[in-house]
Design a protein around this ligand. Structure first.
Ligand code: ZN
Length: 161
């Protein structure tokens, strides 16, 4: 039975403590080969979204700038959209004019997310937790998900042990 296999598979001690503290499951593991992993928009979203504490101050400002731009322009984030957002009464307050921030936002949000995820994986690979499905091994949608969107496997009950 797949569930029994999952229960027997325990991660290393230190990692288990981290997982318990964050209420993550035993399938969360640190992948040693991560640096060679192919970075796609799905993985970049996961890395940036669930590891924002690993972002630099400049990256945080760049993300805030791009989020404000997308709110002001119905989801656009390219350079013209960023200029347009400067005219927005509310969202313009979150924009940055620092050159090092703007160098990160220049190509829009998707590019920013890829660049930032790559930087995080390069500098803090040991702190990135990937929540893999214990059945099919694919990446779950969130760091705390207990159901796989790829194969439908549900590991809510196995994580209670
Ligand atoms: Zn799965």
């Amino acid at each position: 039975m797949a569930r029994d296999q999952v229960q027997r598979k325990r991660p290393a001690l230190g990692l288990r403590a981290v997982n318990e503290r964050k209420r993550l499951v035993t399938s969360v593991m640190i992948c040693p080969a991560k640096s060679s992993m192919e970075l796609n928009p799905e993985i970049a979203y996961y890395v940036v979204h669930f590891h924002s504490h690993l972002m630099t101050d400049t990256e945080v400002k760049a993300q805030r700038h791009l989020f404000a731009t997308m709110k002001a322009t119905m989801g656009r984030s390219d350079e013209p959209a960023q200029r347009e957002a400067q005219k927005h009464k509310i969202h313009s307050r979150m924009l940055s004019d620092e050159p090092n921030v703007l160098s990160l936002t220049r190509d829009g949000y998707e590019r920013f997310q890829l660049t930032t995820a790559a930087r995080i994986l390069r500098d803090s690979a040991d702190k990135v937790l990937f929540n893999y499905c214990p059945r099919c091994g694919k990446l779950a949608r969130t760091a705390t998900a207990k159901q796989c969107r790829h194969c439908g496997h549900d590991w809510h009950r196995t994580s209670l042990t």
